[in-house]
Design a binder for this molecule. Structure first.
Ligand SMILES: [Cu+2]
Length: 159
């Protein structure tokens, strides 16, 4: 969903969301979480260093809010499509499963937050996802899967 405007947010609403995401920073009426990419053990074996960062911005323009996520990564193989999703557990606990707006609902890029990208000739990739719902606290990390076998090669904690 494309975000076209951002309305002024009420203080009470900010406070309510801040309780949901206590480790995040509030900036300009939005809650911003971010983190750096860390290669998993499998990722180190296959790629060595994987570098990158991501931001998640939670906004409250309406009752359901809006969540924007952006991601930039390098150190991957050129011209390959890497599946990427927001996951529901921290990197140190393995990242859990896919974050879902409606838990147990559809496995698609509407109910989930996907940032799948195709790398350029330098092995760099990036993507953005704008979602029409406010991500809960369990939108905890971003996992980059290998294009071959979907193994988890890197993880970004959203703090
Ligand atoms: Cu995933």
């Amino acid at each position: 969903m494309k975000v076209t405007n951002s309305k002024v947010v009420k203080c009470a609403a900010i406070a309510a969301v801040f309780v949901l995401a206590p480790m995040s920073a509030i900036a300009g009426g939005a809650i911003v979480s971010s983190g750096k990419a860390m290669a998993t053990n499998v990722g180190v074996e296959r790629y060595g260093k994987i570098k990158g960062h991501a931001h998640m911005i939670r906004k409250l323009p309406g009752e359901t809010g809006i969540t924007d996520v952006s991601l930039r990564v390098k150190g991957l193989f050129p011209n390959q499509t890497y599946p990427v999703h927001v996951h529901n557990a921290s990197c140190k606990t393995g990242g859990g499963g896919h974050y879902q707006n409606e838990v147990g609902g559809a496995v698609d890029d509407i109910n989930e937050i996907w940032l799948t990208f195709t790398t350029n000739s330098m092995g760099k990739g990036s993507n953005k996802a704008d979602h029409g719902h406010l991500a809960r606290e369990d939108a905890r990390s971003i996992i980059i899967h290998d294009y071959t076998d979907k193994a988890r090669i890197a993880c970004i904690d959203l703090n």
